[in-house]
Design a protein around this ligand. Sequence first.
Ligand code: ADP
Length: 299
Amino acid sequence: SVTVVGSLNEDVLLAVGRLPGRGETVVARTATFAPGGKGANQAAAAGLLGPGVHMVGRLGEDAAGDRQLAALAASRVNVRRVLRTTGVPTGSATIPVEDGSGENLIVVVPGANALLTAADVDVPSVREAQVLLLQLEVPLDAVEAAARAATGTVVLTPAPPRELPAALLERVDVLLPNEHELVHLAGAGPGDRSPAALADLARQVTRGAVVVTLGARGVLVVPADGGPALLQAPPPVAVVDTTGAGDCFSGALGQALAAGAGLPDAVRYAVAAAALSTTGPGARGALPDDETVRALLPR
Ligand code: ADP
């Protein structure tokens, strides 16, 4: 089984002719509501790929929370441990997107996500999961408690990036940053961003395994034993929107590891799944099923 402890948000996408300046009012052409949040996106991706996926987090008692629960259930995610908080809204991200340029602004309201506690995550689905997927959009206390309680493989996406306590890093089996997050964690300045240089940064951050996602370039796998780093390129796909590709990668990696794959095979599977997820709009517009991912794997 795969358990995700993390954020659940509602994304509010506003189509605007021009982004507003300070003190200015603009009128949006359309407003689109979409279920989001890194945690919930990872759970949705994992749920569509296989059975046994559980989500642990907090929503408000509002319509956005209801929409998120319905979306997760439709992705075959068990939501019994998604708690509802009264008097606090479901987390949200409001994103005006400018016509033509695609430039955006983002205002995040953590809402109920900020109230997730260590006690909330002390549940059997966290302790007993074969794979636990974590990110940093909920309080660090809850993330650390989940990592401590876990008996399975712990995968941490360090986003949004922040300094990580050594005690947490020690509990992480696979650290899963994108390039920007890795550079931040390593405290590195501008410089060489070749695969070899990135592998050096990864080894500065932790002795554990690191999988660095590199967008269209694929991923860099830096093994735990100090062995050689390996770059894995994505298969060719018709890219529409890369939003949430990293979340799909996590969910797929979690499913493959839970099914017993070793890290290199799990990464191959996740690279194919994440590539497919870019072929439709938004974070969840093109999440693939297991059969479609397998059809894309080299044999
Ligand atoms: P994030 O979404 O967290 O910023 P990345 O942009 O690195 O993370 O994307 C995560 C993974 O999704 C990549 O490592 C890659 O496997 C896949 N991916 C992202 N963009 C593309 C693309 N244009 N073509 C194919 N795969 C992609």
